[in-house]
Design a protein around this ligand. Structure first.
Ligand SMILES: *[C@@H]1O[C@H](CO)[C@@H](O)[C@H](O)[C@H]1NC(C)=O
Ligand SMILES: *[C@@H]1O[C@H](CO)[C@@H](O)[C@H](O)[C@H]1NC(C)=O
Length: 463
């Protein structure tokens, strides 16, 4: 034991001594004119070093409390030194090969033996250059950026993998039969949280886990359960179950939205309290044959449900008007968006992709978010239309976790792949009124038939 401690101390002091010599190359004892080295204690046998003195007498060797000059061992004891390393500097910080690498935002620099340094050269999620550019562009793009400390120290690639997590849809899925809603009167402003108070789920924080594919799906499904059950089934469904139980998905490394919706249709999920979000992949603890009872979940109080919460098949929405009608009728929808680097630093306003830092930005990532409403902003004669979207990065980001984004111009592809589905709410909400009226039928049963020939209104374009 003692032996071990001694070795550790020795190694440590060697490193210290080398660092000392690298910082103060001298010469000291070697530059004394007459007696380079002195016997016993001679306080005059010293040389100035930095703001103090170092000594070349025998007394200077007192282990840890020694005050020998850096070249004492070499000059006075004839011990040939290890090679002396020149220190490196980075952003005014001096360090030697014996120091840990210096961290500079998402990059690190280590000092080489020849005094040069080797730094990684990755694009960071945020840097002062990007923030400066966004500051200059603020007035022309119409949104404000801010410096979120959460993003510092992370690479842009890391942000794309761990903060997004939706794969671009395969063509086959993208051409999923679209639902065309009839023309309705649509207000200029609509916000689901005001229209259905208490029914719209809070802002999630997916953490450093590329799970937006599961989180946005579970959030849209939860909102729709509350809305279409008229408040009888206010439930937060468990994205963790989708992350951990969907086979062939990659959990925190992203997933396909159709996979999440298919799981919701075939198996369904339990509530969040029963399968809490841990922001990582873990072993699936729900079998497809489970019920809320066999899965040991607390049962809802307002309905006598024991089955897991299932959704009907997902459908995609055609265009701006269709999306708006769907939100107003049945609640929030899910949208895929292409995320550029500037989006991470969004603070407020109506987002559109800016020209800032485009070179670093070639490979954008895909994300999925909840669209919960829309509005427009007037400035003079100019009207800017926007969507109100909910992100899953927590309330510290954006406008309390939400953001607004340009509407009607497919900004960041936000209108190109919008999905929704209807829940199997537990009880009949409303009797069917008119056979053939699609919307009534859906509300009436809480069930969406698969877009197939059996129900002509599905899958057919109007006109
Ligand atoms: C942003 O914050 C980081 C620390 O979190 C700081 O190092 C950096 O200088 C800040 N940049 C700006 C432009 O305020
Ligand atoms: C959206 O699509 C529907 C039918 O597919 C069409 O009637 C409507 O005019 C379209 N609206 C816009 C704004 O393109």
């Amino acid at each position: 034991m003692m032996y071990k401690v001694a070795i550790v101390l020795l190694v440590f002091s060697l490193v210290e001594a080398n660092r000392f010599r690298a910082e103060y190359p001298g010469p000291y004892c070697a530059s004394r004119r007459y007696d380079k080295c002195c016997r016993e204690r001679q306080d005059g046998c010293s040389q100035p070093i930095s703001t103090t003195l170092c000594y070349c007498d025998e007394f200077c060797e007192r282990g840890e409390h020694g005050d020998c000059c850096p070249d004492y061992e070499e000059v006075c004891l004839g011990i040939s030194p290890d090679p002396v390393y020149a220190p490196c500097t980075h952003n005014g910080h001096r360090f030697t090969p014996f120091d840990p690498p210096v961290v500079d935002n998402c990059n690190t620099c280590k000092c080489n033996n020849d005094g040069t340094k080797t730094c990684t050269d990755d694009v960071c999620l945020v840097d002062n250059e990007l923030l400066k550019q966004l500051g200059h562009l603020e007035r022309s793009v119409g949104w404000k950026a801010t410096n979120y400390s959460e993003w510092w120290g992370h690479k842009y690639d890391e942000g794309k993998v761990m903060r997004l997590g939706t794969f671009y849809p395969k063509i086959k899925v993208k051409s999923m039969s679209r639902l065309t809603n009839g023309q309705d009167h649509l207000p200029t402003h609509f916000d689901a949280t005001n229209y259905w108070p208490g029914f719209i789920g809070e802002v999630k924080d997916q953490g450093w886990c590329g799970s937006s594919w599961a989180v946005s799906t579970a959030s849209v499904a939860s909102d729709r359960f509350a809305i279409l059950s008229k408040g009888r089934e206010i439930v937060r469904l468990a994205p963790q179950q989708i992350i951990s139980c969907v086979r062939r998905s990659q959990g925190c490394s992203g997933g396909h939205l159709d996979t999440a919706w298919n799981y919701f249709r075939r198996v369904g999920t339990v509530n969040e309290e029963c399968y809490p979000y841990i922001s990582a992949h873990n072993v699936c603890k729900i079998r497809p044959s489970d019920t809320l009872v066999t899965a040991n979940c607390e049962l809802p109080t307002k309905v006598d449900r024991t089955n897991m919460y299932k959704m009907g098949p997902a459908f995609s929405l055609n265009n701006e008007t269709d999306i708006m009608i769907e939100i107003k009728k049945h609640g929030p929808v899910q949208a895929i968006m292409r995320v550029h680097r500037d989006f991470f630093s969004y603070r407020s306003g109506i987002y559109r992709h800016s020209a800032a830092s485009t070179s670093a930005d070639q490979r954008a990532g895909y994300h999925s978010v909840r669209l919960i409403g829309w509005g427009e902003e007037r400035q003079g004669y100019e009207v800017t239309k926007y969507w109100i979207a909910v992100n899953s990065w927590g309330t510290w980001w954006g406008e309390n976790g939400r953001f607004r984004i340009l509407r009607g111009s497919n900004e960041c592809e936000i209108e190109s792949y919008v999905l929704a589905s209807l829940p199997y709410v537990h009880q009949q909400v409303k009797p069917m009124r008119q056979v053939g009226d699609l919307q009534e039928m859906i509300v009436g049963t809480g069930y969406v038939p698969h877009p197939s020939r059996r129900y002509p209104p599905y899958g057919r374009r109007s006109g």
